[in-house]
Design a protein around this ligand. Structure first.
Ligand code: COS
Length: 382
């Protein structure tokens, strides 16, 4: 369908599609096998200036918004969810600075992010704080001109590969969510280290590790926003970033559909290509309907978010749930269309099915998204 993109939007989409077709797709199976971080591909993304999509022009970015990053992520996601996750996680790590950072923090970090010289990561999750985001236990205590951080963050995407980490820690335990504050930690800060690389079901080209803070000392001015405002910044960050996860689902669903149709046209059984059987046609038709419906919803949500930054939550959660549940279903169906071949590593759809699962889990499980939507409805109909 034609979504009537502007010239700039079409250029972003085309550039991302070219990187996906020429670099991501040829390398995805090997990077999945070796679990290597896609540094060279991200360098190519940087050379194409695509790390600047969501960064304001004054810092060397495009000055465009959620809709434009969604266009790029859709193409990267069509290539490989793991590689696309490495790109998306950097944006997630930068949003707290964009949303709540001081002009000094923005000056310090955003140009290097826009140019792709540095990458970012976002650190919220802990062993006992996943869906219950305000249950974090990492602490930050002010000692003279420095904050001292102690604790461990878990399952952090881009850990060990990023240079800039936005981290939430408790600064006043008595105040619950209002006692949490966000900070920027740099990879070279003393007392900061990483756990080993996690072994994952999918998105194996992305790096997932613990962040370990042992009396990690950072300058006082690395605070993001006000003391105590960290939880709100985290919530706004996730509202902003979830359409990015949703569109990874759309890209993945599209890739699974492409593989399925191509295969169904070639595979001959009972003397005919299997696409001529209604059982297969109906599966493909349902896959196509779901991919297009998810795309339309994510695009609409991203445009809504760009136009109404104070009213993001419901639209963001709705598109995340719909598009990622779709990706799970469509990739399972793709394996079914390819059947025995689909189950083999020789074809890309088994990887697609493995990759899809994380989309329903990270950046807030789809159960949490339904809670957010339900609470919004409860308020709207008060
Ligand atoms: N935007 C701005 N503020 C928000 C907000 C949002 N989207 N969501 C909540 N807040 C505010 C609330 O208004 C409230 O402020 P007050 O103290 O002024 O009333 C405060 O934040 C606490 O909100 P709430 O009581 O709803 O917090 P809960 O602890 O119940 O948590 C959920 C709410 C479940 C929505 C939150 O914990 C969440 O998003 N969890 C999922 C986290 C996640 O995505 N984890 C995956 C890893 S991150 S990559």
């Amino acid at each position: 369908m034609d979504y009537f993109l502007t010239e700039e939007q079409q250029m972003i989409k085309d550039l991302a599609a070219q990187i996906s077709d020429e670099l991501i797709i040829p390398q995805r199976a090997e990077l999945d096998r070796t679990e290597e971080y896609p540094t060279e591909i991200l360098d190519a993304v940087a050379q194409a200036d695509l790390f600047g999509i969501y960064i304001p022009e004054e810092y060397g970015g495009f000055g465009t918004g959620c809709f434009e990053i969604v266009l790029a992520l859709e193409q990267f996601g069509r290539g490989c969810t793991g590689i696309a996750t490495a790109f998306a996680a950097s944006a997630l790590g930068v949003y707290p600075i964009l949303i709540s950072g001081s002009p000094e923090l923005k000056d310090k970090y955003l140009s290097d992010i826009a140019s792709g010289k540095k990458r970012a990561a976002f650190a919220l999750t802990e062993a006992n704080a996943g869906s219950d985001a305000s249950g974090i236990q990492t602490t930050a205590v002010l000692d003279g001109d420095e904050w001292v951080l102690n604790g461990t963050k878990q399952w952090i995407t881009n850990a060990g590969e990023a240079q800039i980490y936005t981290v939430i820690a408790i600064t006043d335990k008595k105040k619950g969510p209002r006692g949490a504050t966000m900070f920027v930690v740099e990879d070279t800060d003393p007392g900061f280290s990483y756990g080993p690389k996690e072994k994952k079901l999918g998105i194996r080209a992305s790096s997932t590790r613990e962040l370990i803070f042992k009396d990690c000392r950072i300058p006082k001015d690395r605070i993001i926003g006000r003391q105590g405002a960290g939880f709100i910044t985290v919530m706004k960050t996730l509202d902003q970033s979830r359409p990015g996860i949703a569109i990874l689902g759309v890209g993945l669903g599209q890739a699974a559909l492409d593989e399925s149709v191509t295969y169904a046209k070639q595979r001959v059984q009972f003397g005919k290509p299997i696409i001529s059987f209604q059982a297969i046609q109906h599966m493909l038709a349902d896959m196509a309907i779901q991919v297009e419906a998810a795309r339309a919803l994510v695009y609409a949500a991203a445009k809504h978010i760009d136009a109404h930054p104070k009213d993001m939550s419901k639209a963001s959660s709705m598109c995340k749930v719909f598009a990622t549940d779709m990706a799970m279903k469509v990739t399972v169906d793709a394996v079914q269309v390819l059947a025995g071949y689909g189950y083999m590593r020789e074809y890309p759809v088994e990887k697609m099915m493995r990759d899809a699962k994380i989309l329903q889990i990270y950046e807030g499980t789809n159960q949490i998204q339904r809670n957010v939507i339900g609470q919004a409805l409860n308020k709207e109909y008060a």
